[in-house]
Design a protein around this ligand. Structure first.
Ligand SMILES: [Zn+2]
Length: 422
């Protein structure tokens, strides 16, 4: 018979570890201010290096083993419709006691959506409890929650029962294309996953998540003078428009599936038949079968034009975040975390969302996970991004108690259910 969450919280070493988090509140706030000032847009490799240095320094206190993983180059389609190489930063992998029986994978990202030339670069206080700044919630704040939860955990004897591993990716905001492989591989080696995207400002966490894919469709036709040789031309804008209409009509073809043609470009001047046009589009969907259906329909749309009438069509991209449906084990983990929250007076509720994150990748690899265990905040991906400052200690204590519950065997039924789901 295992102890209850309440018994756990009343153990003297647990109590002292949790109050240690309260004592570090100011330190957590100072750290997020300093980290927010470092630009780490996904393409700013210098800034990502600086974040790596700061993080390795901050996490030294845990004496982890450290591995820095170079990511493969990626591909992108530029404004001219050409495929170009994209350089990625490094994934930071920190781990301790890799041979322990119980293993937890904690994930986050060092990048933000704000490029070096974005106007939003400095944190400012909005009121006593609110900081507005790049990455304060998404998710430099979350990395600080990981650190402080583990510092508390490591103060207790329970820590000996758990091998923990942290993965911090440099490319989450561009879809984790390069780090997906590592996330999947490390997810398979763990029993539970904890991811540190921000919770909503009221503390609500994300439950099920839709899957998402980003694509670029490039159509090439033939240029001609619009007056003298109109019929020698092949109008890429007309062909692309027809394909976009077909793509958009897939919205609703499966429950809650949406297709968003979002950016288009093509043509040079009104008197020239355009020989190139492209469109970037996004799909959101709920079920793995819907992803198969969507990909088949897109291939059909491409095939209807490619090679026909001297048009060529190329499709780039794909579904990079599979849908996160909730397995039995995942639901049990969510319930256990809710119970941990209740012990600390933190109300934990979950809502399904159309947004997606690394939690999608972990779930697709079979790892039950809760992915919004970071700070409370909001307006992320905008210059109004904010963090609720009191959530640092609150969320660090929540994660510390989750780790302690895991260590004391109180999540063993989740791990068993994971085995059955597999
Ligand atoms: Zn994020």
């Amino acid at each position: 018979m295992s102890a209850t969450f309440a018994d756990l919280k009343n153990q003297p070493d647990v109590q002292s570890a949790l109050s240690g988090i309260d004592a570090r509140q100011q330190q957590m706030v100072d750290t997020v201010l300093a980290w927010s000032r470092v630009n780490s847009g996904s393409r700013n490799l210098g800034g990502l290096d600086e974040m790596e240095r700061l993080i390795l320094d901050a996490f030294k206190v845990l004496s982890p083993e450290v591995e820095l993983i170079d990511l493969d180059d990626g591909e992108a389609v530029n404004e001219a419709g050409e495929v170009v190489t994209v350089k990625n930063g490094r994934t930071i992998r920190l781990f301790k006691r890799p041979t322990a029986n119980r293993k937890v994978l904690m994930t986050g990202h060092t990048d933000t959506v704000f490029a070096l030339d974005h106007k939003f670069q400095e944190p400012v206080w909005l009121d006593d409890n609110t900081i507005n700044g790049p990455g304060v919630a998404d998710m430099k704040g979350g990395i600080i929650v990981i650190l402080n939860a583990l510092m508390a955990f490591e103060e207790t004897a329970l820590a000996q029962n758990v091998g923990w591993e942290i993965l911090l990716s440099p490319d989450e905001e561009t879809g984790s294309l390069a780090s997906a492989k590592i996330l999947a591989e490390r997810a398979k080696a763990a029993d539970i996953g904890l991811t540190y995207e921000p919770a909503l400002a009221d503390g609500t966490l994300a439950g099920a998540r839709k899957g998402s894919g980003n694509y670029t469709l490039v159509v090439r036709g033939k240029a001609a003078h619009a007056g003298r040789e109109f019929f020698n031309g092949r109008n890429a804008v007309v062909a692309l428009s027809s394909m976009i209409t077909a793509l958009a009509s897939l919205t609703g073809e499966r429950e809650d599936m949406t297709v968003n043609p979002a950016v288009i470009k093509g043509g040079v001047a009104p008197n020239v038949v355009p020989d190139m046009a492209w469109c970037r589009f996004n799909v959101r969907l709920k079920e793995p079968e819907h992803a198969e259906y969507f990909e088949r329909k897109v291939r059909e749309i491409v095939a209807a034009w490619d090679g026909v009438d001297r048009y060529t069509v190329t499709l780039h991209g794909g579904i990079n975040r599979p849908p996160k449906a909730l397995s039995d084990a995942n639901i049990m983990l969510m319930e256990a975390i809710k119970a941990c929250g209740a012990e600390l007076g933190i109300k934990v509720d979950y809502v399904p969302t159309g947004g997606c994150c690394e939690g999608n990748n972990l779930a697709a690899a079979g790892l039950p996970n809760v992915d919004t265990l970071g700070v409370r905040g909001g307006m992320i991906h905008s210059a109004d991004e904010f963090v609720c400052v009191d959530s640092f200690k609150e969320r660090a204590k929540l994660s510390a108690l989750i780790l302690m519950a895991f260590a004391s065997g109180q999540l063993d039924d989740v791990v068993k259910a994971k085995g059955r789901d597999a």
